[in-house]
Design a protein around this ligand. Structure first.
Ligand SMILES: [Zn+2]
Length: 457
C-alpha cells in the first residue's frame, strides 16, 4: 500500500514537473482516472459522490461520479440522469469527455454559473466514464500505432458488452400490437439464470415498483438455460434497475451520429430496417437535441463511411445496423429510462492533442441533452383514500404502448416531445377512455419546462 501511495506521489510529481496534471485533457490510465475522479470529488465534496457499481473481470472498480446538490440522496420529484462511456474499451473519447465534464461542472457550480447550478440543483447526474476499464487498459497499452480497430473493444473475457444484455428486443417483437412493451424485466431472460433471479429478488424486495407480483414470481423461476452475463453487464443492469433514471446516453466512437431505439430489427434484417419504438417521435426529439447542439453532427457529409447518410445526424438503430442484446434497448424495455447511443467521431482512440477539439464539439451538446431529463410530464400519483404513494401504478399516453411505472415514492417522469397528448394512470393496466386527461407539452429548454400533473387513484 505504501509503495502504491509513493508511486502515485512520484507520478504526480513527474507530471507536475512536466506541466501536466491529472485534470489535464489527455488520455488517463485506469489509475489516473481514479485519481482524477477523487480530485473532482475533493474539489466539490458537497456536490459530488464517488461510488462503485461493481468490478470488472480483472477486478477494477466501475466508478461513478454523481454530481448534484444532494449527492447520494433520493429526493422527491428529482430525476436521475446518466452518461456511460467506454463500454467498448478502445472507444475512448467519451471517457475523457465525461472526466472533463465532471471537472467543468464542479468548477462552474462553485463559480456561480447559474445554468450549471440550476441543472445540478434539480438533477442527480451520474457519470460512468469507463464501463470497460480492462478493455481500455489493453487498448491504451497496445505498443504500436495505429492501434488495431477492435483491440480492447471487448472485456477481459473477450465479450462485447453491447451484445451481452438480455435480448429484450426479441421479447418486444413477440408482443401483439397495442399491448404494453415496457418493464419487460418482468418476463425477460432473467428466467434463464439463477443469478439473475437472485438479483431480481433482491431488487424486488428493495424496489417493489420495479415488478408486479405475478411477474416477479415468473421472473424468479429457475429455467436451466445459461447465458453468460459478464460482471460489467450485471453491475450496470443492477444499477439501471435500482435508480430512478429517466434519461441516459451511451458514448461510443467510430462514427458521428446519435442513435435511438429500437436497435434490433424484428424481421432479422441486419441493416436498413427502421424498427420504430412506441416513442419514436420523442426519441427523435432527444437524439436531435444532441446532434443539433453538437458543432457538426447534424451537418451533411459528416458520417465516417461516405456511403452513410444520417439526416440531421440521427438514426434509428436497427435502420443503421441491428444490435440485439444492447444496453440502449435494455434501458428502454426493462426500466423507466430512455437511452440513446452517441457515436462521437471516426477515430476511436484519437491522438491526445485532439481531445480539446472533441470537448469544443460536444460541450454544449452534453449539457443540452442532460437538460432534456426535465421534458414532458411528471408528478405524483397517490391513493385517493390514504394519500399513500401509488407504487407500481402505470402512467400511459393514449396511443402509446410504453408505460411508465410509478416509483416507490409515488413519482413518475414521462419524457415526451412537444405536442398535445392524453394521459392516464391505472393500478391494473386497464384504461378506459374517460380516464384520460389532455395535456400540452411545450418546447423544452431544461429544468422547469416539464408539465406537472398529479393523480389520485
Ligand atoms: Zn462502440
Amino acid at each position: 500500500m505504501g509503495r502504491g501511495i509513493i508511486g502515485i506521489c512520484l507520478s504526480l510529481f513527474v507530471q507536475l514537473a512536466m506541466g501536466q496534471s491529472y485534470l489535464d485533457m489527455r488520455h488517463h490510465s485506469y489509475r489516473e482516472m481514479k485519481e482524477y475522479l477523487r480530485l473532482v470529488n475533493n474539489l466539490c465534496p458537497e456536490q459530488s459522490r464517488l461510488y462503485s457499481i461493481g468490478k470488472s473481470v480483472q477486478g477494477r472498480d466501475l466508478l461513478v461520479l454523481e454530481l448534484g446538490s444532494t449527492p447520494g440522496q433520493d429526493q422527491l420529484l428529482k430525476p436521475d440522469f446518466k452518461y456511460v462511456a467506454n463500454m467498448h474499451g478502445n472507444e475512448v473519447v467519451g471517457k475523457e469527455l465525461l472526466l472533463w465534464l465532471a471537472h467543468y461542472m464542479c468548477q462552474e457550480y462553485k463559480a456561480g454559473n447559474q445554468e450549471i447550478q440550476l441543472l445540478m440543483n434539480t438533477t442527480r447526474i451520474h457519470l460512468l466514464p469507463s464501463m470497460n476499464p480492462d478493455g481500455y487498459e489493453a487498448a491504451l497499452n497496445y505498443p504500436r500505432e495505429p492501434k488495431p480497430y477492435t483491440y480492447g473493444r471487448a472485456n477481459a473475457n473477450g465479450q462485447d458488452l453491447n451484445r451481452n444484455f438480455p435480448d429484450l428486443d426479441a421479447t418486444a417483437c413477440q408482443i401483439p400490437n397495442g399491448q404494453r412493451t415496457d418493464h419487460l424485466s418482468r418476463v425477460m431472460d432473467f428466467r434463464r439464470e439463477q443469478r439473475s433471479a437472485m438479483l431480481a429478488r433482491s431488487i424486488f424486495q428493495e424496489y417493489p415498483e420495479s415488478f408486479s407480483k405475478d411477474v416477479y414470481s415468473a421472473l424468479t423461476k429457475r429455467a436451466g438455460e445459461t447465458e453468460e452475463r459478464q460482471p460489467e453487464t450485471e453491475a450496470v443492469m443492477n444499477w439501471i434497475l435500482r435508480h430512478k433514471f429517466v434519461l441516459s446516453a451511451n458514448l461510443h466512437g467510430g462514427d458521428l451520429v446519435a442513435n435511438y431505439p429500437y436497435d434490433a430489427s424484428c424481421n432479422g434484417q441486419e441493416m436498413g430496417h427502421y424498427q420504430k419504438s412506441p416513442d419514436d417521435s420523442t426519441f427523435r426529439y432527444l437524439a436531435s437535441s444532441y446532434s443539433m447542439a453538437h458543432t457538426r453532427m447534424s451537418k451533411k457529409g459528416q458520417a465516417c463511411d461516405p456511403g452513410e447518410k444520417f439526416a440531421n445526424g440521427i438514426t434509428n438503430g436497427a435502420d443503421w445496423y441491428s444490435v440485439p442484446g444492447g444496453m440502449q434497448d435494455f434501458n428502454y424495455l426493462a426500466s423507466n429510462c430512455f437511452e440513446i447511443t452517441l457515436e462521437l467521431g471516426c477515430d476511436k482512440f484519437p491522438k491526445e492533442d485532439t481531445l480539446p477539439t472533441y470537448w469544443g464539439e460536444n460541450k454544449n451538446a452534453l449539457l443540452a441533452f442532460m437538460s432534456k431529463v426535465h421534458c414532458g410530464v411528471y408528478g405524483l400519483v397517490v391513493d385517493a383514500q390514504t394519500g399513500a404513494p401509488a407504487t407500481g401504478a402505470v402512467v400511459v399516453i393514449k396511443g402509446n404502448s410504453h408505460g411508465i411505472t410509478v416509483t416507490k415514492n409515488g413519482e413518475y417522469f414521462r419524457l415526451l416531445a412537444p405536442g398535445d397528448y392524453e394521459i392516464a394512470v391505472s393500478l391494473d393496466s386497464n384504461f378506459d377512455d374517460d380516464q384520460f386527461f389532455p395535456i400540452t407539452v411545450p418546447e423544452c429548454k431544461g429544468p422547469g419546462y416539464a408539465v406537472r400533473k398529479d393523480f389520485k387513484i
